[in-house]
Design a protein around this ligand. Structure first.
Ligand SMILES: [Zn+2]
Length: 163
């Protein structure tokens, strides 16, 4: 019997060995250099503007709208148009290089492309990335109940700061 830790700890990757289409890199990218390499492998041109967008997402490590990204790049003195920001974000997210969250207020983009969970603050709207590992027993029950083999999962949690 394997010793799979049946904890609800928030440190391990929230993925049950995700078998995604990108067989070469099924768990996403862990460094900006790997993201660059992955873009090249996908045949995506790494234009100056595309690198600007990726660099910003990786330095911010949060979930930003196209407008946020445009404004932050311009605040940094980077010469990039809104249309270019938007087109690069769409290209990167449709290639699975970055994440995209569809929220009522619009799309938000994040640097991670591997399966992970989110905690949204109901007071500020801030979204945190979380790595939640469901207990193996719970996953087994879900598989029995649905007849599906669970490959990955994403939890959406909401909460407010504890006082
Ligand atoms: Zn995220």
């Amino acid at each position: 019997m394997s010793a799979a830790p049946a904890t609800t700890g928030l440190t391990a990757r929230g993925s049950a060995s995700a078998g995604s289409a990108a067989a070469a890199d099924p768990v996403g990218c862990s460094t900006l250099e790997e993201v660059y390499r992955r873009c090249r492998d996908l045949g995506m041109r790494l234009s100056r503007q595309r690198r600007m967008v990726l660099d910003l997402l990786w330095s911010e490590k949060s979930h930003l709208s196209a407008r946020d990204i445009f404004e932050k790049l311009n605040d940094l003195g980077r010469n990039i148009g809104h249309t270019s920001v938007y087109q690069n974000l769409e290209a990167l997210q449709s290639a699975g290089v970055i994440e995209c969250l569809d929220r009522a207020s619009g799309r938000l983009y994040g640097y991670r492309s591997d399966p992970h969970s989110h905690l949204t603050c109901v007071e500020s709207g801030a979204i945190r990335d979380l790595d939640v590992e469901l207990p193996a027993e719970l996953l087994r029950q879900i598989e029995q109940h649905t007849g599906y083999c669970i490959e990955s999962y994403t939890l959406h949690l909401t909460g407010r700061p504890r006082r």
